[in-house]
Design a protein around this ligand. Structure first.
Ligand code: SF4
Ligand code: FES
Length: 371
């Protein structure tokens, strides 16, 4: 009997040690349970929505990424249940792991929002404002970040940096002035290709992405550095200046490729495939790396099995006029009136209500005020 109980106790202990203890973390008043070792950024991504801090250098698939750009700053108002003291400085959520009982403020922290404004101002110090001619326009993370966290002016008075032009080979065009030094392209080349040919040269103000002695980037998977670049610093030579992304329609397609998963997005205008990219997830990260052959050489519909229109974020400029499953709401006015209205007017264009500053009225507004 005693042996039996001991066995059950051991079994229970064994099962308990197998069960992973989850950490509770509260971000912007929403509590979520995550595995120990999860970063605050990934915990926020589990919650989703506006709670998620922006991230310009972190990339889930790339080991060692994150911690470079500081756009993901958050305020930790309670360190943990064991040590509830707040953290004294804003911290990079992509590199800080959660503690049990931690409380974090992202969107609800004035300090974090202010810090993000500062980071955006720094990122834009040297970034050219060439969005109207940049191929990344419409899908640029820096553009989104500036709209959400930027200011309309700059305090910077000095000339922006310029660089000697580097030729990166047949597929990729580098615009170094647009680079924000997120290091993603270097990690990508390091981790998914053999024999990385480019890297970071020099330091501080002179730092740049380049090949050391004019090498060509032509490894089978090197095209993926175009997809990971959050700005328009690395562009596809087979697509650049050919079209704007919001004129294109993205379609999921696949092919039987011996080198990669062959799962891509084709970007159509009419019947013509203008570019091929990897598919991306909600956070703009590549789902499956694709090879150069799929990306640069297969630009005919006959090369692919079409799956259907890609799901595009409805807030993205790319989704404009490309609605999937949209329906026209039923027009109720003729039904109510029993006939079609002969004339419809915009009430604001014919009334004077908008021309009154209601806060200037001494008491409640009255019909006499709008004569
Ligand atoms: S070229 Fe693009 S991906 Fe590479 S470091 Fe610069 S911004 Fe990042
Ligand atoms: S995304 Fe966290 S520092 Fe860049």
């Amino acid at each position: 009997m005693r042996i039996h109980c001991l066995f059950r106790l051991r079994l229970k202990n064994h099962c308990m040690s197998d069960e992973k203890k989850l950490f509770k973390v509260t971000i912007d008043n929403i509590t979520v349970e995550v595995e120990p070792g999860t970063t605050i950024l990934n915990a926020a991504r589990l919650i989703g929505g506006e709670v998620v801090p922006p991230a310009m250098c972190y990339y889930t698939k790339l080991k060692g990424s994150g911690g470079k750009c500081r756009t993901c700053l958050v305020e930790v108002s309670k360190g943990s249940t064991a040590d509830p003291r707040p953290m004294p400085k804003m911290i990079a959520s992509c590199r800080t792991t959660v503690m049990d009982g931690m409380e974090v403020k992202s969107m609800t922290s004035d300090k974090a929002i202010d810090a993000r404004h500062g980071v955006v101002e720094f990122l834009l110090i040297n970034h050219p404002l060439d969005c109207p001619v940049c191929d990344q326009a419409g899908e640029c993370k820096l553009q989104d970040l500036s709209y959400e966290n930027g200011t309309s002016g700059t305090r910077y008075e000095f000339p922006r940096r310029t660089f000697e032009k580097h030729d990166l080979g047949p597929y990729i065009q580098l615009h170094m002035t647009r680079c924000i030094m997120c290091f993603r392209c270097v990690f990508t080349a390091d981790q998914i290709t053999e024999g990385r040919q480019h890297g970071i040269l020099d330091r501080g103000e002179h730092v740049e992405i380049a090949t050391y002695i004019k090498q060509s980037l032509d490894h089978d998977f090197i095209g993926n550095i175009i997809d990971v670049c959050p700005v328009g610093a690395l562009t596809d030579k087979t697509f650049r200046f050919k079209n704007r992304v919001w004129f294109l329609k993205a379609v999921d397609a696949h092919r039987d490729c011996p080198k990669c998963s062959g799962k891509v997005q084709l970007w159509y205008r009419g019947d013509e495939v203008f570019r091929v990219t990897a598919r991306k997830d909600t956070y703009g990260e590549v789902v499956d790396w694709i090879c150069n052959e799929c990306r640069f050489e297969k630009k005919k519909t006959s090369d692919w099995v079409i799956e259907g229109p890609s799901v595009v974020d409805p807030h993205s400029v790319i989704s404009a006029n490309h609605y999937v499953g949209a329906y026209k709401p039923q027009e109720t006015l003729p039904e109510v009136m029993g006939r079609a209205p002969r004339l419809l007017m915009d009430i604001h264009s014919v009334s004077h209500v908008d021309r009154h500053d209601l806060s200037q009225l001494p008491g409640p507004a009255h019909s006499d005020d709008f004569k």
